[in-house]
Design a protein around this ligand. Structure first.
Ligand code: OAD
Length: 227
């Protein structure tokens, strides 16, 4: 399928970065949302209630991502310059592996943006992340440039991802539980448009019924063999 597919798109989730040491959200017992309350840490309401707590938690995540390295799955994906990479991951590991086209649906943990909506955005030092601070432009608090629960995805990224999934021959779904919508709906979009679906995951997921081929095992081992 991959050899014949003229247009291949990858759609990844936290499992792609698990072997780089970046924790997933829903794997028991170590998944982040088993240990932390997503509404307190990753929603506009949580940030309004206790911005310092949210920023400190993101600082810890930023240090983890900043010290992580792309794993063999990122490297193999990046090595296929013809693949469009749609990812739910806010880390930059696909980019650091050298991937040419990455569409980050849920934003990037490597940037802060103004919570007041003035449009200010700035890169943060991932190995020495900042604490809570104000926008130099308008004085509102700065927040991570990621999509939180209850927020819409950036429309430009969504439109590109939707188009790529509508137009692809093969969708390679890697390391996602496929429970967070609307992102997970892209798998249905590709399937409905006639694409073949290849899933790589350590276990069955919500997307399993859509799979033409499901390969169960760690992405860092399977993806390099596949590509
Ligand atoms: P999840 O934590 O929900 O799912 C991770 C998936 O990766 C699970 O299906 C695991 O079985 C699989 N997995 C774990 N280790 C793996 C490995 N080494 N190789 C292959 N697969 C592995 O993460 P996502 O599906 O990415 O949202 O979660 C979707 C969204 O929910 C995230 O983008 C985030 C979160 O809340 C936002 O930040 C908005």
């Amino acid at each position: 399928m991959l050899a014949d597919g003229r247009r291949v798109v990858s759609f990844s989730g936290a499992g792609l970065s698990a072997e780089s040491g970046v924790g997933t959200f829903r794997d028991a017992p170590d998944g982040m949302w088993a240990k932390y309350d997503p509404v307190r840490l990753a929603s506009p309401e949580g940030f309004a209630a206790d911005p310092g707590l949210v920023i400190d938690w993101y600082a810890a995540r930023r240090r983890t991502v900043g010290n992580a390295q792309p794993n063999p799955a990122h490297v193999a994906l990046a090595g296929r310059g013809d693949i469009i990479h749609v990812t739910q991951n806010v880390d930059d590991l696909l980019m650091r592996a050298g991937a040419a086209v990455v569409i980050p649906l849920h934003g990037s943990i490597g940037f802060d943006r103004c919570n007041g909506g003035c449009g200010h955005i700035e890169r943060v030092d991932m190995t020495d992340p900042p604490g809570l601070r104000d926008c130099p432009n308008c004085g509102a608090p700065l927040r991570p440039a990621v999509v939180w629960f209850g927020e819409a995805m950036p429309s430009e990224a969504w439109d590109k991802a939707d188009r790529a999934c509508r137009d692809c021959d093969v969708l390679l779904v890697i390391g996602t539980s496929a429970v967070v919508y609307p992102a997970a709906g892209l798998i249905d979009v590709a399937k409905a448009a006639g694409a073949e679906i290849i899933i790589v995951n350590t276990q069955p997921s919500e997307a399993s019924p859509l799979a033409d081929i499901e390969l169960l095992g760690p992405a860092g081992e399977i993806v390099p063999q596949l590509l």
